[in-house]
Design a binder for this molecule. Sequence first.
Ligand SMILES: C[S@@+](CC[C@H](N)C(=O)[O-])C[C@H]1O[C@@H](n2cnc3c(N)ncnc32)[C@H](O)[C@@H]1O
Length: 532
Amino acid sequence: MTPAVTNDRKRAGNDPGTGHKKQKKVVRRKYKAKAVEETSPLGVLKHEIDLLMKSDSLHESDIANDMPGILNEPEIASKYHREVQNVKIRQLSSNGDGLSVIQHPTNEAGKQIILVPFGLPGDIVTVRVFKTHPLYAEADLLSIEEPSALRDDLLINCRYFGKCSGCQFQNVAYDQQLVFKKQTIENAYTHFAPKLMAANLLPKVDSTEPSPLQYNYRTKLTPHFNLPYKKPENMPLPPLGFGSKGRPEWRNTDGGSGSILDIEECSIGTPIVNVGMKNERLRFKKEFEKYKKGATILLRENTSINDTDLVGSTNESGEVSTIKDNDSIKTCVTNSRQIVREVVDGREFEFSAGEFFQNNNSILPAVLQYVRSNLAISDKQDNYLVDAYCGSGLFSISCSDNVKKVIGVEVSADSVKFAERNAANNNIANVKFIVGKAEEIFKDIDTPALQTSVILDPPRKGCDDVFLNQLSEYNPVKIVYISCNVHSQARDVEWFLNNTVNGANYKVESIKGFDFFPQTHHVESVAVLIRV
Ligand SMILES: C[S@@+](CC[C@H](N)C(=O)[O-])C[C@H]1O[C@@H](n2cnc3c(N)ncnc32)[C@H](O)[C@@H]1O
């Protein structure tokens, strides 16, 4: 008779039939690849890897990494996650990281593609590979054996550079940073507008417009901190600052080594935003006990004309911190619903601190001048302007001179409320704002297409096909497409010209970068399309 199985036996993991100890089943971990959006940094990296493979006559099987082995077999993981010397940085990724091709750790005939943040083309470096993905690996920069001609570490302005994920190029001369950004735009059009490129339908990319301020320009910063799920009692103060970039050793500086660096000053933030950072760090220290979970602190520059009712971050004595700047007073707002004010090109703009507004005030006059000069505005006829994705009305209002009517559309009702108020405050009567999706804008627009220019300034993901089809059916005389993600811009331009009903009637007249974010890899690109 089979003995009855007791619960105790079950708990001990014995086989209920035989009573013998059961073999514990080893579950192999599987690598799960995440879906990647084509024009996101990882999607762009995939293109960059493809190009490297092509140039070195490599196939995927030559560079593939053994993901199941790394996840399940420590001896394989240790072969991958190793120190490598004499690594020559070949080029930059569009994210500003160095890219290199090294010997594969387990496949003698193979190669491995690695990303080395803070490596510059031409550097010979020692790295530690610490994280592996199917077709590339990430490595920390340990030391620079032979510096690239592009490297000048004496230019570094911030003690956290090399550890913080915010800046990539502080050790590169500013003119060269502008060249890198032009190359990013060229590469983006090569990757995402290949048909236009092959058919020679793209103009040469113009030189990148420099930012008048190369440091202390960022009017918004968002330092943050993490807390564990269950905050322990008497927990020491966690770091408050920005995300770190690996665990590099080439920069022998402080700031910690966790996923967030403790940062008390940011060299690209404006002076008042840095005063706000100092105040808010003190407040954080005092009020830390009240926090139950991690949070992000908003620091947004505000410009006031007089010193009554000043709002913003306060110092230890409870007074609002201010900095006098010509005829105005700067404060640093921390409440996302607080109204802030910026002056651009002599016009005043108000918006909620938490809503979108461009982050580098110093370059905006040059951008606006360029956009205005590329709209089809002639004295001989009535001109119209459509500003899709108009936010709080920066382009609509700044480009409204000599235009009969401007129509702005924006999905955020809060931003539209401010756009209307900004038009009124600047005595501009020829603009109308609509709350809605840009995708539906053209059903409400009755201006003559041949006299209408369209400004597009979408979020990073770019425009969708519905919008581009309607834009093409509307058939405006000029389109000025401003983008903080040149990859989605290039994709949209190619799709618009090749796939929409009137796309073939358009020519790309110019493409130019604007350096909204010096010291970082980011570039704003403006493409001008004209109906021919
Ligand atoms: C890059 S911002 C540009 C804002 C404005 N042009 C400026 O310079 O201040 C993009 C704007 O598009 C808005 N937006 C996002 N998706 C939208 C959509 N489908 N239709 C209309 N606006 C949209 C966002 O709310 C944001 O204000």
